[in-house]
Design a protein around this ligand. Structure first.
Ligand code: C2E
Ligand code: MG
Ligand code: MG
Length: 598
């Protein structure tokens, strides 16, 4: 990007004398004074000025434009750098608009609003760019000049105004429409990040008699106090709204260990059991609460609300002032879930969880270079439960953080045992759940477990799903940077279609991409999936990241990945996940075989 204010004025844009309409060439002093005035005015009003050649893609801008993107005003940056600042969700739209300027000659104006993730502090701001095609000869018809403003505060004010009109006038809580809008956002986010959530349907018991015997004025004041008490039971990120009458809904994103839906329901019941005072009256209420869980009880808002409503009805039937998880036709669900929860708690308390290890093979040398630790919940009779069954419960109950902590500690202990047994330098991969990664204390926890076990940080690798990073890029950037400083490696797990831009990926401090096994397993069968696997391999080469193929079950897929430059591999073709002892024997056998060959 070039510096706008120091650019010579392009030929062919004549200035006009104000009184005569006659084109005049200004003197050099006049030009310099005008440029200076423009520079100062733009600086004072915080206006980014830009000049964009849609034909060549060359962007020229002033210092304010750069600082609006979180770059030092005098820092040079390329167009690619500018694109990297655009919020991932807005990038495709902005790029399409820029391409349209160059390809569609009837597009004479650019008016676009988009978010940027500032490069200096990671803050998200909303910018508005407006400009127009500069008329002139054919050579200049691709030239657009305009300004960029930071409109974050007016956007926020607009949003507050809109939201205020959608709030329930009596309690100040979001009304039905806004509540559904918020919940849809939460749901979309949970779907994107494969995380969990809970919905509480709260209905007041004995409210109607208060209204009937003391009048609506008193009833209204009670509802206002109820709203306040509900708010006091919740975290800031939870949502509570009034559906109407004496019905309220609470949505809990990312419930965690100490803050699961049952705990919230207990707090709400306890808070509403306290007497209400209106004028000289002392009034008593209670609440019946139905709970539904995402994704277990439904994938859309309607089903979750219906499930919670149904459960609330059962809670009322069961004696009021109580809560009930959704537990309808396939009542097995709720019960099974509670059983899994208690098995998990027991296994955590008794430290009876198990890790199995799947060997990771270097494709070039054919040697095992490490293992991925995979969690198992042992059951009576020697069976084990796999993560696809217990992880959703661990996430919705918040137990996932305790599980994650245990896994890190156990991997540290196991690594030390392997070192003692003569297997130094093995790298071990640990999966980190989205909820765990989002915790502020995660990096400290990681550092602590490394310290306790004495494990060499470069032998530890954490695996985070691609979707977890995309959910909150600025937060992920900060956390990943800190993890990298610890010396721990990072792999993006289940990698495939999430990243729309190489720019964003290249700015992430990660070491490996693990191709989602869905795509690996389709190699040779499904052209579309194969193209995705190929693109991940190409991305890895371009960005100098190792690529791991997982879920390899056949010779043909193995050969394909080897020929296409994949670095490492995992899959039943080499070995299923095995116990720590079996892994040790596996490596030793391999070592003695290698020695006998040499
Ligand atoms: P993942 O990290 O993608 O792990 C790979 C999964 O693929 C493992 O399933 C593994 O057993 C399976 N797999 C490996 N090779 C093959 C193959 O050739 N064919 C087939 N069909 N499957 C193969 P697993 O152990 O059931 O784990 C499933 C997921 O659960 C993991 O996916 C990971 O996301 C999660 N998970 C496992 N352990 C943990 C843990 O300790 N913490 C967290 N947060 N998540 C975990
Ligand atoms: Mg994994
Ligand atoms: Mg995976």
């Amino acid at each position: 990007m070039r510096d706008l204010v120091n650019q010579p004025r392009p030929q062919g844009t004549p200035s006009i004398a104000p009184d005569s309409g006659r084109p005049l060439r200004p003197t050099d002093e006049e030009t310099a004074a005008a440029a200076d005035l423009l520079r100062l005015a733009a600086f004072a009003a915080n206006i980014g000025l830009w000049d964009f050649d849609a034909h060549s893609g060359v962007l020229t801008a002033n210092g304010v434009f750069r600082s609006l993107h979180g770059l030092a005003a005098d820092q040079k940056f390329e167009e690619e750098e500018f694109r990297k600042c655009i919020h991932p969700e807005d990038r495709a739209r902005v790029e399409a608009a820029l391409v349209a300027l160059g390809t569609n000659e009837t597009t004479d104006r650019l008016d676009i609003e988009f978010r940027v993730v500032r490069r200096d502090d990671g803050a998200v701001r909303t910018l508005r760019s407006s400009g127009a095609r500069i008329p002139g000869g054919a050579a200049e018809s691709q030239r657009f000049v305009g300004i960029t403003l930071d409109v974050t505060s007016s956007k926020l004010a607009e949003q507050h105004l809109r939201e205020a009109s959608q709030h329930d006038a009596l309690t100040g809580l979001p009304g039905r429409g806004l509540l559904f809008e918020y919940c849809s956002h939460l749901l979309a986010m949970a779907q994107r990040t494969r995380s969990s959530g809970a919905m509480l349907f709260i209905d007041l018991d004995r409210f109607k008699p208060i209204n009937d015997s003391h009048g609506h004025g008193v009833g209204d004041q009670v509802l206002q106090q109820v709203a306040k008490r509900l708010l006091s039971c919740l975290r800031q990120e939870d949502i509570v709204g009034r559906l109407g009458g004496d019905e309220f809904v609470v949505a809990i994103p990312h419930p965690d260990d100490r803050y699961g839906p049952a705990t919230v329901a207990k707090h709400v019941i306890a808070a509403l059991e306290q007497p209400f005072y209106v004028d000289n009256l002392q009034l008593h209420l209670s609440a019946s609460i139905g709970i539904s869980l995402y994704p277990r009880h439904g994938n859309d808002l309607d089903s979750l609300l219906k499930a919670a409503d149904h459960a609330m009805y059962l809670a009322k039937e069961g004696g009021r002032s109580r809560y009930q998880f959704f537990n309808s036709q396939d009542e097995g669900n709720g019960a099974a879930e509670m059983q899994i929860e208690s098995l998990l708690r027991e296994a955590l308390d008794l430290e009876s969880l198990q890790l199995v290890y799947q060997p990771v093979v270097d494709l070039q040398s054919g040697m095992t270079v490490g293992a991925e630790a995979l969690l198992r919940l042992p059951l009576k009779g020697g069976d084990v439960m796999t993560p696809d069954v217990f992880l959703p419960v661990a996430e919705s109950t918040g137990l996932i953080n305790r599980l994650g902590e245990w896994v890190l500690a156990e991997v540290g202990r196991q690594h030390a045992r392997w070192c003692q047994a003569g297997l130094p330098g093995m790298s071990v991969s640990v999966n980190v759940a989205p909820q765990q990664f989002r915790q502020r204390k995660f990096v400290a926890q990681l550092a602590d477990s490394l310290k306790k076990s004495g494990m060499d940080p470069c032998c530890l690798q954490i695996e985070i799903r691609e979707s977890t990073v995309l959910e909150d890029v600025p937060q992920a950037l900060v956390a990943l940077e800190q993890i990298r400083q610890l010396g721990v490696q990072v792999a993006l797990d289940d990698f495939g279609t999430g990243f729309s831009s190489i720019g964003l990926l290249s700015s992430l401090p990660v070491d490996k991409l693990k191709i989602d096994r869905v795509f690996v397993q389709s190699i040779g069968h499904d052209a579309h999936s194969q193209t995705i696997a190929d693109s991940v391999l190409a991305l890895g080469r371009t960005l100098n990241l190792k690529v791991v193929g997982e879920g390899i079950e056949s010779e043909s897929v193995y050969s394909y990945l080897l020929e296409h430059g994949c670095n490492q591999a995992q899959g039943y073709y080499f070995s299923k996940p095995i116990s720590a002892g079996e892994f040790e024997r596996w490596c030793k056998q391999e070592q003695s075989h290698a020695q006998s060959v040499h």
